[in-house]
Design a protein around this ligand. Sequence first.
Ligand SMILES: [Zn+2]
Length: 217
Amino acid sequence: MTPILNKLIFGFTFFRERYFSERKDLYRRLVREGQKPKVVMIACADSRVDPAIVLQTDPGDVFAIRNVANLVPPYEEDENGEISYHGTSAALEFAVEQLGVEHVVVFGHAHCSGVKAMIHGQEGNKVAGRFVGAWTSIVDKAYEHAKAADPHIEGEDLDRACERHAVLVSLDNLMTFPFIRERVEAGTLQIHGWYLDIAEGELSSYDANEKRFTPLM
Ligand SMILES: [Zn+2]
């Protein structure tokens, strides 16, 4: 067994003896009654931004969708109204329609490789891989928005601005899903854009009135 797999297996042993054994009643209730999370989060697959660790959640708290660059695609049917493989959309539909979550949080973060890939593509470069470029092009508009706000922005500042604008594009895309729009307009669902600075350990939230991200604590 390689050291990293040993680490994972030791981790499970530790989890079972401590965390799990201390919360057996909670796990039994979650199995008996089913999960009823109040929050669905769209977080990046990045190994540094696990919402359960960063937000110290308990089982049953958060329905987590993780993908490259924490993106929400627009509502999309394929030709002839067919539906193909829309993983993030399927998870959103399940969380909102079946689980009845009350909040959707798009959980953006600094130093995101997925957003960097989008920037790379927008600057005329070929993005490595077959799938990443197509996927991250969902937030191409984030680049345009960052440049429109400051035509001279570049480097790290551009990266950070695009990461934040990408969260806003995903918030707009959330509202293209009829089952989300209906609930937001009825006041039974709230959508939020959060941004985690993993270098500084700071969390901020998009304030629609001030049109900027402000610290959550
Ligand atoms: Zn990322």
